[in-house]
Ligand binder design. Structure first.
Ligand code: TEU
Length: 557
């Protein structure tokens, strides 16, 4: 058991997607002053840290994950003064700002790449991953980039290919070069000097490259997904230990690495005593639809036991060493109401069910913008309606592999990252109060009911539920148990109910959540003598959960 918990282990993190949060200029895009103006709203959720997705200068091919300057602010978001003001105003409210470090790749418009591509012998020639063509002129390997198409792009100027795990506008940096690593550490230290409270480190599993060899094709295009070839390559942790020593060590901050492909059993190398980060976003519970390759049109269904198994494995892996970042949404994922529940689920009950798990597992909860209002997915008619670059890649892949337009669009509707990126719904007024201009992405049609204005004054709303359960997690005796208590899964065999106990010093909190739209009976002995603390229905019946019901009990040993 850990000793005294640190500030970031006791708080909640809120993820802001700045482009969609609040526009103060009428441009149709959110900005930093918009975030500053809503800090008090975030405070009502008990938020102690805000993770901002990238706000650096960027051509926005991948909405800011293609960075052209690591130590400046994109003019569409405001100025460095705006950023300093946000950090200072947040601090006054005991909220820290967490920056996103996108260090696997930069934008192709970054000065480093512009120089690197010019020749094979310039000062930055070796800052990216350059390789000669195969003798027949084709790409060095048959790897498919995560957004589709070859992961290699030919550069006329250098007469070589460069590698890009994501879009061709996102060339991968060469971490083998110590100058590159130092430049990245310097940029992170620049933000520490500005007073940020931590970092989320993007796509970190790809920074170490393996041998450049062809892989077994996984599709008719003769290519293999680059993720399979390059994630978690041996030696990666040596880079990361160096990163930690040069940047993170000695600061009262938290770090959370994004590590798709790392299994719960591997967490001990990444977090805790011998690890490198405070927490790690591993995706074992998020990737259930894609046990092999991520093809949206071919998503597989999963039984509840798979979700429970993944969460339990992560809870166990961080029980005595390291710490878990609890999340069910982010800017790359569909809304959790649509992702984890049956199609006929009532969205309000489903949102509360997920909120219950998010706020009562052991770890630090990450709430994604709009999740606290119970956002649901959108479904636009054509692929041209979608901004998200990966939606275009997935649509093209589906069509190439024989899907009809309808089949390909069904996958996009279900998994598009734009589901998470529609503007924040503040009020019932035009554009949901997000902008006075034309929103860069359409506002969800449900905004009159699903918005802060409507939900703040409704005790039965998803927002009110988040505020209540968040308070339970932060204040009072139950909070101690929810923050520091042990985790033990109960009713493990149930395919309807996810249930667990959190215990500390003779007190146990029992959480029961029905993930189905049917009544779900359970052995009433489990909650015998226990007192109901809260739940998604106004009351509860021992031994029975109604559709999507979530309930929290407390009992003394
Ligand atoms: O996402 C990384 C990412 O896309 C992978 O983890 C992916 O989910 C996995 O390989 C399965 O295919 C981050 C950002 O969150 C995302 O918004 C960016 O587009 C991406 O990196 C590139 O920076």
């Amino acid at each position: 058991m850990q000793g005294k918990l640190k500030w970031w282990q006791k708080t909640l993190v809120y993820q802001v997607y700045p482009k969609s949060f609040l526009d103060t200029t009428g441009s149709g895009q959110g900005d930093i002053p918009g975030i500053t103006s809503r800090l008090d709203y975030l405070k009502t959720l008990g938020v102690g840290a805000i993770w901002l997705t990238p706000v650096y200068p960027s051509p926005m091919v991948d909405n800011g994950y293609d960075i052209s300057d690591y130590t400046a602010i994109d003019p569409s978001y405001g100025t460095m003064e705006d950023m300093e003001k946000l950090i200072a105003e947040a601090k006054k409210r005991d909220i820290r700002i967490v920056m996103d470090l996108v260090y696997n790749h930069s934008s192709d418009q970054h000065a480093w790449f512009q120089e690197s591509k010019r020749s094979r012998d310039n000062a930055k020639a070796d800052w990216y991953i350059w390789r000669d063509a195969k003798p027949d002129g084709s790409a060095p390997t048959n790897w498919r980039g995560i957004f589709g198409g070859s992961a290699w792009t030919w550069c006329e100027e250098r007469q070589q290919y460069y590698l890009h795990t994501f879009a061709k506008a996102q060339p991968d940096l060469n971490w083998e070069n110590p100058e590159v690593r130092q430049a990245l550490y310097d940029a992170a230290n620049f933000w520490l000097d500005k007073g940020v409270g931590g970092f989320r480190i993007d796509a970190i599993v790809y920074i170490k490259k393996p041998a450049f060899v062809d892989g077994e094709p996984d599709g008719e295009d003769g290519m293999v997904g680059i993720h399979e070839m390059t994630h978690d390559t041996p030696g990666i942790l040596d880079f990361l230990h160096e990163f930690k020593a040069n940047v993170f060590d000695g600061h009262d901050i938290f770090t959370v690495g994004e590590a798709n492909g790392v299994a719960p059993s591997e967490l001990k190398d990444w977090v805790g005593e011998n690890g490198v980060f405070s927490m790690l976003f591993e995706f074992s519970h998020m990737n259930l639809n894609f046990p092999t390759s991520e093809r949206w049109y071919a998503a597989e269904d999963w039984p509840l036991s798979k979700l429970k198994g993944a969460l339990t494995a992560s809870q166990r892996a961080t029980a005595t060493n390291g710490w878990y970042p609890i999340f069910f949404e982010n800017h790359d994922q569909p809304r959790c109401v649509d992702k984890f529940f049956p199609a006929d689920a009532d969205p309000i009950l489903a949102a509360k069910a997920m909120a219950t798990v998010l706020l009562t597992l052991r770890g630090t909860p990450f709430i994604y913008e709009g999740q606290e209002l119970g956002y649901t997915n959108v479904a636009w008619d054509t692929i041209d309606d979608y901004n998200d670059i990966s939606s275009h890649g997935q649509y093209a892949l589906a069509r190439e592999e024989g899907c009809s337009h309808e089949q390909a669009m069904a996958g996009v509707h279900r998994f598009s990252r734009d589901n998470a990126r529609t503007p924040m719904q503040w009020s019932r007024s035009r554009n949901a109060g997000f902008t006075t201009g034309t929103p860069w992405l359409p506002v969800h049609t449900d905004y009159r009911e699903c918005c802060v204005e409507a939900e703040a004054c409704d005790e039965a709303s998803v927002l009110s539920y988040y505020r209540r359960i968040s308070r339970l997690r932060r204040e009072g005796e139950i909070a101690q148990v929810l923050q520091a208590g042990t985790y033990r899964e109960v009713l493990a065999d149930s395919e309807s109910i996810y249930a667990y106990e959190r215990s500390l010093d003779g007190k146990t909190v029992i959480v029961l959540v029905n993930f189905t739209t049917n009544n779900a009976p359970y052995d009433a002995a489990l909650t015998e003598g226990a007192k109901r603390i809260d739940g998604s229905y106004p009351d509860s019946e021992s031994g029975l959960l109604r559709p999507l019901e979530a309930v929290i009990y407390e009992k003394e040993d």
